[in-house]
Write a protein that binds this ligand. Structure first.
Ligand SMILES: C[S@@+](CC[C@H](N)C(=O)[O-])C[C@H]1O[C@@H](n2cnc3c(N)ncnc32)[C@H](O)[C@@H]1O
Length: 239
């Protein structure tokens, strides 16, 4: 999706927490992610949350890092995050992380950083995924660590089956139509995150399956959880 489309999405969304499908409670989200990467990071480095959205996870992460910067391409998301999820050590900025000059300016300002990125890569065009990985490598430098959670093909098929079975999931159905995941065939993203990162100059420290908690409920009243993957990685010294 383009920045304009994301801006339109965020500016029409109700402001309350949980309005977006993925805007789950930090106790079910960032709090479960931190133990997966805490032992690998230097918490004195700044943490950059790429595609921070409402800032709900960003604000929680700020309890554990000295300085946190939430970046989002959508100005409407940045405004929402600043109004609803502020903290003394958090700054929110609107930035297209795919833009080379922006990436270079961030690098010059912060030096090595840790990166948190949840649910951003899958909605980028394949070429842009490569560019995003190049940016992340630049931002990590020698000492930063990335934690990423991403949707995969399996997420797409899971959603497709739910919707084909007639489940009433308005948020999921709306996004599936928007992002073309689930409603049609699998997403274009091949889902092989390990290969993608490994082949793009990252050393993988850890990876695995992890549910993405959503703010929607299945017909039997259970919170909808999507099958996704996580990865913890460093920029490889080989490149
Ligand atoms: C699915 S949302 C996830 C939001 C947040 N990470 C979370 O888990 O709540 C993806 C976010 O990435 C942002 N985004 C998309 N492309 C971006 C880019 N090139 N640079 C910065 N942010 C981007 C969108 O505006 C959106 O807020």
């Amino acid at each position: 999706m383009t920045g304009t489309a994301w801006d339109a999405f965020w500016s029409t969304l109700p402001a309350e927490p949980g309005a977006a499908l993925w805007d789950s409670s930090p106790e079910l989200t960032a709090a479960r992610h931190l133990p997966l990467f805490r032992d690998h990071v230097d918490p004195s480095l700044p943490l950059v949350d790429i595609g921070c959205g409402s800032g709900r996870q960003t604000q929680w992460l700020a309890r554990h890092f000295r300085r946190v910067v939430g970046l989002d391409i959508a100005e409407a998301a940045v405004q929402l995050a600043a109004a609803s999820h502020s903290a003394p050590n958090v700054a929110y900025r609107s930035a297209d992380v795919l833009d080379r000059n922006t990436a270079a300016a961030l690098r010059a300002e912060f030096g090595d950083v840790n990166v948190y990125m949840r649910g951003v890569l899958h909605q980028l065009a394949p070429d842009d995924r490569e560019r995003m990985l190049t940016t992340i490598r630049l931002l990590l430098g020698e000492s930063g660590v990335l934690f990423a959670q991403e949707l995969t093909e399996r997420t797409g098929w899971y959603v497709a089956e739910l919707l084909a079975g007639g489940a009433r999931l308005p948020k999921t159905a709306g996004l599936a139509a928007h992002f073309e995941f689930g409603a049609r065939v699998a997403p274009t993203h091949d889902g092989r995150l390990r290969l993608l990162f490994g082949g793009s100059g990252f050393d993988i420290v850890a990876d695995g399956d992890i549910p993405l908690h959503t703010t929607e409920h299945t017909p039997d009243g259970q919170p909808l959880e999507l099958p996704t993957r996580y990865i913890v990685a460093r920029a490889s010294a080989r490149l």
